[in-house]
Design a protein around this ligand. Structure first.
Ligand SMILES: Nc1ncnc2c1ncn2[C@@H]1O[C@H](COP(=O)(O)OP(=O)(O)OP(=O)(O)O)[C@@H](O)[C@H]1O
Ligand code: SF4
Ligand SMILES: [Mg+2]
Length: 359
């Protein structure tokens, strides 16, 4: 059985046992693969019917149950092997679209790569709207294949990127891919890209918890992912979706490195005063982080220069090194580096796998 399913079951069985204990209900005892919030006739997450049975219609776990393969996938081990030269792997998630995942990913990557000491790689698994080639200023570059795999495109000597955008004839091509094809491409990216020795791999994802996220979580289940960074904007409508993302991470046992609040206050390019474009009516990302017990990594202001640098394919940090936003990126990166260093100390000597903890 694949490890991610075991992880899901472990988490869910604990919830189930606690819940049954609380209810004093004996009828569902010993059905350890039935999650707490499953409908009455749940066939069990381990069943071949999981996600497909009539009881699964309308169940909140249906997408996950139907997507997780019940048979061991040999590529999971190949992916683990391929990524074994990468010290730290971080997945960037958001509940809502357009909150700035790709912008944040690119700037964190530039920041981590500053000084040239660390090797940094970025993987864009947004199959329908790959934006990183443009943001990194490498649109139109070609991906080369060699005996050892696909070579990523180098933005700097120590900063590489791989994206479906490099494989499209034109970035205007509509990429309307269905689940299995998307999963196949994500698997190929994880299994076949020859990254070399890398310190940090950042994986930029599309919004929500769709096929791409389930595939990434499943394929990386044994590859010692350090954790996920959840990006949000301050307003409640975005925060609601982050709560779903937190619950997804917990279900697939993906540790959470922390929450970043992006577009947090607008800095006027003329007077430099800050105004709240998206008011944090319910306390914003910081309050949410506290409520869901996930670290808060920091706030990034809404600064038109960030958008402009991204559109021009330049590093915002190099363009405007003294801005408030640049300092905010640096503070966040310093927390990420600390977190990753702590994770390194939790590697089990026997297996080399990170001891995953749900935050
Ligand atoms: N802090 C910021 N200040 C100013 N503009 C920003 C900021 N963050 C992101 N943007 C702009 O907001 C837009 C959306 O950002 P981006 O594409 O990074 O979001 P995304 O979450 O990756 O979107 P998608 O869900 O479509 O992948 C872009 O035009 C980007 O330049
Ligand atoms: S989707 Fe089906 S198998 Fe999965 S938890 Fe819900 S009812 Fe159970
Ligand atoms: Mg994006």
């Amino acid at each position: 059985m694949c490890k991610i399913l075991q992880n899901v079951e472990f988490f869910e069985s604990v919830c189930s046992i606690i819940s049954e204990h609380k209810k004093g209900d004996n009828s569902r005892k010993n059905m350890a693969t039935i999650p707490e919030n499953a409908p009455e006739h749940c066939p069990g997450t381990e069943s071949a019917e999981a996600g497909k049975a009539s009881a699964c219609q309308g169940c909140p776990s249906r997408d996950i149950c139907s997507s997780i393969s019940k048979a061991p996938d040999p590529d999971v081990d190949r992916i683990k092997q391929r990524l074994s030269n990468i010290k730290h792997k971080i997945v960037i998630l958001s509940g809502k679209g357009g909150v700035g995942k790709s912008t944040v990913t690119a700037n964190l990557a530039h920041c981590l790569a500053e000084g040239g000491e660390k090797q940094v790689a970025v993987l864009d698994v947004d199959m329908c709207g790959p934006s990183l080639p443009r943001i990194f200023g490498v649109e139109g570059e070609q991906v080369h294949q060699s005996g050892s795999g696909w070579s990523p495109v180098y933005v700097e000597d120590n900063l590489s990127v791989m994206s479906i955008g490099f494989l499209l004839a034109s970035l205007d091509d509509a990429v309307i891919w269905k689940g299995p094809k998307k999963n196949g491409m994500i698997k190929q990216f994880l299994r076949d890209v020859d990254w070399g020795d890398v310190d940090y791999l950042l994986i930029d994802t599309p919004p929500g918890t769709s096929d791409e996220h389930i595939s990434v979580a499943q394929y990386l289940s044994t590859a010692s992912v350090d954790g996920a960074i959840l990006v949000t904007t301050p307003q409640e409508v975005a925060l609601q979706d982050v709560r779903k993302e937190v619950s997804f991470c917990r279900k697939v046992n993906l540790p959470m490195l922390g929450i970043i609040e992006n577009m947090s206050g607008f800095i006027c390019p003329n007077c430099k005063n800050t105004s709240q474009i998206f008011p944090p009516t319910t306390g914003g990302g910081e309050k949410l982080a506290e409520t869901v017990n996930v670290p808060f990594l920091g706030k990034l202001p809404l600064d038109p220069s960030i958008g402009r640098s991204c559109d021009e394919g330049k590093s915002f940090l190099s363009e405007i090194p003294d801005s408030v936003a640049t300092q905010a990126f640096r503070n966040i990166v310093s927390k990420i580096v600390d977190f990753c260093n702590e994770q390194s100390t939790k590697i089990t000597p026997e297996t080399g796998e990170t001891l995953m903890e749900t935050s």
